[in-house]
Design a protein. Sequence first.
Length: 361
Amino acid sequence: ISPVPPYSREQPIFTTRAHVFQIDPSTKKNWVPASKQAVTVSYFYDSTRNSYRIISVDGAKVIINSTITPNMTFTKTSQKFGQWADSRANTVFGLGFPSEQQLTKFAEKFQEVKEAAKLARDRSQEKIETSSNHSQESGRETPSSTRASSVNGTDDEKASHGGPAEAHLKSENDKLKIALAQSSTNVKKWETELQSLRESNARLSTALQESAASIEHWKKQFSACKEENDQLRGKIEELEEQCNEINKEKERNAQLSRRLQELETELQDKELELEELRKQSEIIPELMSECESVSEQLQAAEKKNKDLEEKVRTLRTEVEENKHRQTNLKTELKNFLDVLDGKIDELHDFRQGLSKLGVDN
């Protein structure tokens, strides 16, 4: 179903891509996805009606057909999401954009289109008011002209004074004809627009019914998928438990393998020790004989040690005696030296006396 019947007069002025959502009609809080993936969202301008619309189609399904009015407001609710309310469609549309920059461009275009729609509405109201004023002025002036023509008096007076009045009436009639023609044109235009709106409403009703049927279908599929998902979750939990048990068994087997390797290593060490002990047991007799000879040698050494100790004691006694003798010798030597010094002094004095005698002689 095309959202634009032969809308060759309606041209796209801005196009982007976004994920489309609609407010949940039951809760008025939650968002319901209107498209499975990002779809094209476009601004359209109708030059004949001088109106703007936001249109988006997902395959053969119309998901947005919103005519922009000056009272609408586009609100950014996050960095990549925006929304606006459409009272005619009795819903709230939401758009999720891939980037904040695209959201900003869409919001700026919404504001521009809103201002353009406001300006078009003001111009349309001015035209209607101008046409209405012309009609009222023509209605007020026509009776006065008739009264003027009815009180002109005689036929001669009518002939002499009827020219300007007729010209005035003619101009007024021309104005009325123009206003009537404009009104007829506006009526036809409004009838055409009304018919188009009815056709659009019929298409929207059909699309809404299809959407409702599609929603029910998707609800059933969602319920089935949810049940299947619950079953799969249960199976996954069972498999996870089995995997945990398998992992525990693997860990136990790994521990047993490590323990077995440790025991094998210990067994090899014990075998090496046993082999060493066997080799040592073979040389025990030799060691015994060596030990006996060492014992004999030790006894002989002990005996020699005792003899040496006796000799050391004897030598110590002799050393002590020698020390005592040396002390005595030192004392005697000192005494001798003292006596010798005295004798030397006497000899020196004697020599000096001899020298003095020789000098005297």
